[in-house]
Design a protein around this ligand. Sequence first.
Ligand code: GLP
Length: 262
Amino acid sequence: MEIIIQPTREQVSKLGAKYVAQLIRQKPNAVLGLATGSTPLALYAELVRLHRETGLDFSQVTTFNLDEYLGLPPVHPASYHHFMWENLFQHLNVNPKRVFIPRGDLEDEEVAEYCESYEVEIQRAGGIDLQILGIGGDGHIGFNEPSSSLASRTRIKTLTERTRADNASFFNSTETVPQHVITMGIGTILEAREVLLLAFGVSKAEAVAASVEGPIASFVPASSLQLHRRARFLLDEAAASKLIRQDYYRWVYDQKPTWQNP
Ligand code: GLP
């Protein structure tokens, strides 16, 4: 794993966007895995700026979102469909046919088959080149809550009360946050060729430390990234504050050969 610590959220987000832009310039039909939540917002804003000001071209890019709330139609203001179109897609020249977000408006009996078809679509697109992730305060990635199988695939999950409370700001109250979701599995995420996990603020520091310096455990889903060949944690100072070997990570990054930077 590569641990990159930057002074501010803005610097982390700009660096994250550079990795994405570099990939798209090298591979115009790249397949991106995308996340929701407040964490990737500044990275998405930077991608929009690069598109507008430098012509970064998304016309051949395919995207797969990690997750969606079950029971919310795509037009619901708190749905991840709405979030993605509002904050990213409507500002880019994406081809809507290449945008995949798990559906939340499924009947119970449709869920299992739909989840399998989502995995098939990812394979059909050639697999995910770069997966962007945030991290939950309990170490979850996507909506893979603690105890999710490290081999899990796209499926239905039940949210913890903590995650429902954490995400309540996007709803009227915690009670209106759905209990069930569809999420890519940890096994699905680990198959992405490259992973960028972003984390900001002291509320993420414990989860980051457990993921990077703790044992690999299904109880800390992001710790599974220790098994990934190309996983980067992009952190601001506060999110990195509970890492024991901060100085080492900073030193390694400072020594990094310049040709390896995006
Ligand atoms: C939700 C999303 C995750 C996200 C997490 C953190 O649970 N499903 O993908 O990483 O929230 O949210 P935030 O970035 O708002 O802290």
